[in-house]
Design a protein. Structure first.
Lengths: 109, 118
């Protein structure tokens, strides 16, 4: 059974700081997704990483995938309050996604 | 594009009542997924369909839950009888199904139905 572990589960950081969220998974997969969920809202797709070494960037967020290490990272650069949300990684099973428990990020002024 | 549409957005019912949640996927998408989200268990996949056919229902908690997809533009998730522990947010998601065999496309989530069973 595929297990997906995110850490940390809770992250409180100050505006302007950098931090990384980690997503480890237990079996081979070449495709990984990152989603964002605002409180009381639905999930929004951020990135899809399709191969080993893939790197995607959007604004202050950068995601990478190392399939050999079974690890993906979501790096936050110079955090701003608008990035406060819960971030999920999801691993291709295949044909279905297995989600991590999410990392709740709070960016404080 | 209207995105994935779910109804109702909120449902409050009493234990023992039947509950039906509805989903309209994005037009042209071939795969449809039902998820349940709670604080305790996180996001759980209940069942998914490909071309209207149920592929994997191993996440359906018990026989009280059933799901159907009578056509490409409509799916229902039914709970009968409902229990307080079914209280959760239920999401429907759809994907194009273009990634090819053995892969999963980006899934597009609906706004969710918040179910409260008293």
């Amino acid at each position: 059974e595929l297990k997906v572990e995110q850490n940390p589960l809770f992250l409180s950081m100050q505006e302007g700081k950098n931090y990384t969220i980690y997503c480890n998974y237990s079996t081979t997969s070449d495709r990984l997704y990152w989603y964002r969920q605002d409180p009381g809202k639905s999930l929004e797709s951020l990135f899809v990483l399709l191969s080993n070494g893939a790197v995607k960037q959007e604004g202050r967020l950068m995601a990478s995938l190392d399939t050999k290490a079974r690890l993906s990272t979501l790096h936050i650069t110079a955090a701003v309050h608008d990035l406060s949300a819960t971030y999920f990684c999801a691993v291709d099973m295949p044909e279905k996604l297995v989600f991590g428990k999410g990392t709740k990020l709070t960016v404080n002024p | 594009d209207a995105g994935v549409i779910q109804s109702p957005r909120h449902e409050v019912t009493e234990m023992g009542q039947e509950v039906t949640l509805r989903c309209k996927p994005i037009s042209g998408h071939n795969s449809l997924f039902w998820y349940r989200q709670t604080m305790m268990r996180g996001l759980e996949l209940l069942i998914y369909f490909n071309n209207n056919v149920p592929i994997d229902d191993s996440g359906m908690p018990e026989d009280r839950f059933s799901a159907k997809m009578p056509n490409a533009s409509f799916s229902t998730l039914k709970i009968q009888p409902s229990e307080p522990r079914d209280s959760a947010v239920y999401f429907c998601a759809s994907s194009p199904g273009l990634a090819g065999e053995g892969s999963t496309d980006t899934q597009y989530f609906g706004p969710g139905t918040r179910l409260t069973v008293l």
